[in-house]
Design a binder for this molecule. Sequence first.
Ligand code: NDP
Ligand code: 8X3
Length: 251
Amino acid sequence: MKTAFITGASSGIGEACARKFAENGYRLILTARRADKLHEAAEELKHKFGTEVLELVFDVRNREEALKAVETLPAEWREIDVQVNNAGLALGLEKEHEGDFADWETMIDTNIKGLLTMTRAIVPMMVKQGKGHIINIGSVAGDAAYANGAVYCATKAAVKVLGDGLRIDLADTPLRVTTIKPGLVETNFSVVRFHGDKQRADNVYKGIKPLSGADVADCVWFAASAPEHVQVAEILVLATHQASGSVVFRS
Ligand code: NDP
Ligand code: 8X3
């Protein structure tokens, strides 16, 4: 049986990816900070699909804890076939010269350094076993900056470039690296971005049918289920009425 390791599986895109892999017979290692939400998601999959789930609660920004969680995986859970580096967030929407230092640090530490930590922890095991697929959740925001979002956009540009670098460094192995770059996806993302302001978050998706977490999970699965000689390097997936990070048609 194949194993998928998914970070940020307590909500949104990560939770939808967990469901997609469960539906397709994978067993799952799911991670997040909120133990209760993660457990709820895991229980649903166990009951619905009979999936075996290992829950790991840690903050990807805490390098020591993150490395320990992987190092202490039980022997029977160490063969990981797919790693989905999804945990991430945006905080605030402000001009670059007026932004909040704490928000910047959280975004950089989570989206860039957290993803790197998880890559550093798991990919050497994949190289050793001679198989594996790393799927990073980037964003259309990484293709070009949009107004008031420069730091978040920069972190997602970094995700794209780190994926490209890893693909180069693994070209002499059977491992594959994919970057998925979604546009607007209605999840908890905007509630987090606006520090809990639900009304402001809802406005982000007004007048447009956004993507769902399941739409993104379909793209992740497309890449993961491709024949072994096929490496889907990138997928840019947008809502039909979104054309780029800054062009959205609302009715
Ligand atoms: P959600 O807020 O719904 O989910 C984010 C997930 O990341 C949660 O499970 C959260 O779990 C986890 N997470 C956040 N910070 C940490 C941390 N420090 N350590 C461990 N886990 C963490 O948002 P989305 O599902 O939308 O976001 C998932 C990814 O998709 C992010 O990388 C985001 O940048 C990206 N993305 C989102 C888009 C969108 O429009 N929604 C579009 C393009 C990309 P917990 O809080 O329990 O730790
Ligand atoms: C999230 C998509 O456009 O809100 O990465 O930045 S966007």
